[in-house]
Design a protein. Structure first.
Length: 69
């Protein structure tokens, strides 16, 4: 099962499972297509958008666990 951490890059995260994009868009990360956002960590992106990084990582990992292929 794939798992992410706060240091996982947004670009890497979307390569793991591109269907995570709606989760990020829902919390205000509308810049997913921006080249610079691809090199941000989950922690950096969360902080910029006023989101608690640990909570976001937990939400993403829960999603990945539920949608394991």
């Amino acid at each position: 099962m794939a798992q992410v951490t706060k240091t996982t890059m947004i670009g890497e995260l979307l390569q793991i499972d591109e269907s995570i994009a709606p989760i990020l868009l829902e919390i205000g990360m509308h810049c997913l297509g921006c080249p610079s956002s691809q090199m941000e960590t989950i922690e950096e992106a969360a902080m910029v958008h006023g989101i608690e990084p640990d909570a976001l990582v937990t939400r993403i990992n829960d999603y990945l666990a539920q949608n394991e292929k």
